[in-house]
Structures are given as structure tokens and as C-alpha cells.
Design a protein around this ligand. Sequence first.
Ligand SMILES: [Zn+2]
Length: 431
Amino acid sequence: MKHRKSFLSAFALSIPLVMVFYSSKVYAAPYELGFENNPSYVPNNVIVLTFDDGPDYSNTAKVVDALKSKNAKGTFFINAENWSSISQDEPMKVLIRRIVGEGHELANHTARHLHLSALSSADIEKEISEVEVDVKNIFSGQGPRLTILRAPYGDPYQDNDPNHPSAAYNLVSPIVAKHAVHVGWQIDASDFDCPDGNGDCVYNNVTSQLATPGYGKNGIILMHAVYSQTVAAVPRIIDYARNNGFVIWSVNDLVKARYGKISGDLIGAPNTPFPPNNPGGNASGAVAPQIGGTYNLVSKNSGKCLDIEGPTTADSARAQQWACGNHQANQEFKVADAGSGKRYLVAVNSGKCIDLRAANTADGSQIQQYSCNGTDAQILTFSVQSDSSYKVSVVAGGKCLDVAGGSMMNGGNVQTWTCNDNAQQRWFFKP
Ligand SMILES: [Zn+2]
């Protein structure tokens, strides 16, 4: 306190010093995703799954299991010394490596889950950097930089008025900004308030706020990685979201949507292992497919292109999604006439047809390329949607081309699935 007072007095007595202070940008810009409803930088069908307070011994691994079972990604805001000790407990170190290894974002929730606004500058710094050091050690220096942070209790961010920043905000935010983008939330699952194991309670808390795109909230969902009721609700929340037209983004997808860069690039930690997911394909440049025309099929969900693995010209090569290249031949498909308003899609690279493997009509059956043979496993129907995308169904089975699990990743499997309105079944045809 004494030190702070004399610090301020020095500024009050020296205008030139104040000028130097501002122009030299001692503090990094406070990049923040806030708490406002339906933020303008978030499309109204986007949600983000975030899990605070882990890791713990009982439930965090089960949350990771649940995400894996749904092929979905989340963001884990971890503490160092809360429900476990990540500096001491070997199983927790293993769990943190697993979280990163399975493609989730790892983020900082500070060491001991204290109210930052009640601490000194030095202690705030320590609460943040201690987690960074522990994670660095867990990965032997090869791990992720934690450039996303959520203050415990959202304090002092949640109630701050940007036009009249509080003293607490002025204390905490410049310190946080040196380390990370601060991330709030839009939808509070209030899972801590639900009875043990009661997934209904958490599910209802979330879905009642989500509703459907355009009719409820969207953006970041706040949950906790330490409750059995959250474990029970997560798969159902993901199913609800996908069945109602939502797509799941990462926190860094939102950071990029707002600031044009991911958190590591904003903060100056360029080797962050969390490249953003492609924030989805859009109708820009999309056309109605014509017989004889050649197109990329861009997934509305991921923004990635239908792609033949390899690339190879062999029969039975798997169809997947992959980042769209510069008209690579294994991502180009020619539309051919199959009569009666039906179509084939012929891979330009191989001359082979998009094909339902073994004409298997069960959900989850593989799409591949195969020598064109005129069977119903290769005859397709295109149906245009209101967003200018197309659903592509296979006459054998009548099911739709679908990216498994709504994956955003390169290599995501393209299968057939009972047609629905999910973005993972919508494709933009781009010449
Ligand atoms: Zn917390």
C-alpha cells in the first residue's frame, strides 16, 4: 500500500513521466471476450463448451471421455492447486497431457481460485504465472502457452462497466493482459447448483437458454469439470445443440472472430498448439451445381472441403474433409447426369464416383470413391437449402453425406447419416 501511494505521487508530480508511461505501452492491450448476450462477433448458431476448476480425480477425466464420445472439443480452464495439485499429483499431470493430446484447449483459471481483486499486484501475478510454470513443467517445456484466462468468479470482469472501469478492474486487467486474453461467458450452466449426478438439471439450465439459433442465447457456455451432474449432461447438451442447428467452436475461434488473430498471436506466444478451427463455410461464391460443372464441396460446419484421402486414384479410397487447397484435383468433383434429376459426383483426380461403401445403408457408413458402375450407391440427390447450401443424399438408403461427429478437423470422416438440418450435412458448391 505504501509503495503504491508513492508510485502514484510520482506520476502526479511529473506530467512528462506520465506521457512516457503511456506512449511506451507498458501494458499490453486488454483483449477480452466479455459477458454480454449474443455478442456481435459470434454467429447466432455458435456455442463454445468451457469447463472450469479442474482437474479433479473424479469427474474431469469423465468430461474428457464424454467429449471424445461425441467427437467434440472443449476448453479447460484449470487451476493449479484447487481440487487437486497439478504440480504434485502424477495422475493429474497425465490427465492434462491427455486433454491437450485430444485436441482441447488448455486455459488458465489461476492457481488457487481466489478473488483476484482482493490480492496485491504481486500476488495476482503469482496466481497467473504459477499455472503457466506448472504446465510448462508437465510438458517439459514443450507444452502450450496458456494465452486464454478466466478469472475465478469472473471477478472483477463480470460486473465491470467499460465506460467507468472499477478500481479492481484497473488493478487486475493490465496484469492479466500481459499473459492472456480474458474470457467471460454468455450461458451459465449453474452446474454447481445442481444435485450430484443430476444431468437433467444441468441440461435444462443450458438448453432453456440456448433455445434455437436466433431465438435464445449463443456463445460461451460456462460449466465445471468437477461435477458428476456435468458429466451426465455434456453428451446430451452436445446432441441437443447439433440437432438444433448449433455448431461448436473453440474459444480461439471466437478470439479470431473478434480480433482477427488467435490468442497466442495477440499475446505474443506464437507457438500455441491451438490453431483455430476454420469458422465454417459460407455461401460466398457458392452456386447451384450444374451437370458438367466442377466444384469444391465446402462443409458449412467446418469450412473444409470434401476430399479423397491420399490423394489416390484407387478404388475404396476414403472420403474425408480437409482444408481446401487451391483446387487440388482430389477436392474437385464433376457433376454428371444420372437421369431423372439425379446425379453422380466424379472425382476429377481419379475419374471415380462418390460411393457408399458396400451399399451399407446404416448410419455411419463410409463414403469412398469407386469405379463408376451406375448402382444406387453412387446415385445422388441434391436438395438446396435456404442458406444456398445443399444436402447430398445417396439413393441407396436415402441418407445424407455427413461429417462424422461434426468434426472440425482435417481428416474428419465423411459418412452417411439420417438426414437432418445440421451444418455438418450442408455443403456449398463452389466452382
Ligand atoms: Zn472457477
